[in-house]
Ligand binder design. Structure first.
Ligand code: THU
Length: 130
């Protein structure tokens, strides 16, 4: 957990967030220990912003990773409170990580809160509904 947090803090500088000035960093850990990182990436067309969680997941999936490979994701912002994934990220996390995979929120006091993926999106829409 400390290693993930340290990586997330170090990675925060890569955030491209000139509009919100709200950098977010996410670190994805696989069951084999491999790490993928993501940051929020914004755009002058504001609606095109991609959150850190989705950046990390998309980087991993682009490399061939699939949900059964993933252990957990840690989300970090430089605030003394916890920031939790937006609705779009919860939908994506729900599908791209296993139901019982961990979503860890971390603040700049070194505190963490851990949730189970499925608990972040109760009664969510999924591929099973198609
Ligand atoms: N953001 C994330 O990257 N992850 C979250 O969990 C919440 C919000 C980003 C999106 C946008 O670039 C900025 O934070 C402000 O909303």
């Amino acid at each position: 957990m400390e290693k993930l947090l340290a990586l997330a803090i170090e990675n925060l500088k890569n955030s491209y967030s000139p509009y919100s000035h709200f950098p977010v960093s996410a670190v994805l850990e696989l069951k084999n220990g491999r790490i993928y990182k993501g940051v929020n990436i914004e755009n002058a067309a504001y609606g095109l912003a991609n959150c850190a969680e989705r950046s990390a997941l998309f980087a991993a999936y682009s490399d061939g990773v699939r949900k059964t490979d993933i252990r957990r994701i840690l989300v970090y912002t430089d605030h003394d409170y916890f920031v939790s994934p937006c609705g779009s990220c919860r939908q994506v996390i729900r599908e791209l990580m296993e139901n019982d995979a961990e979503v860890i929120l971390a603040n700049n006091k070194g505190e963490t809160q851990t949730y189970k993926n499925v608990d972040l999106l109760p009664f969510g829409f999924s591929e099973a509904d198609l």
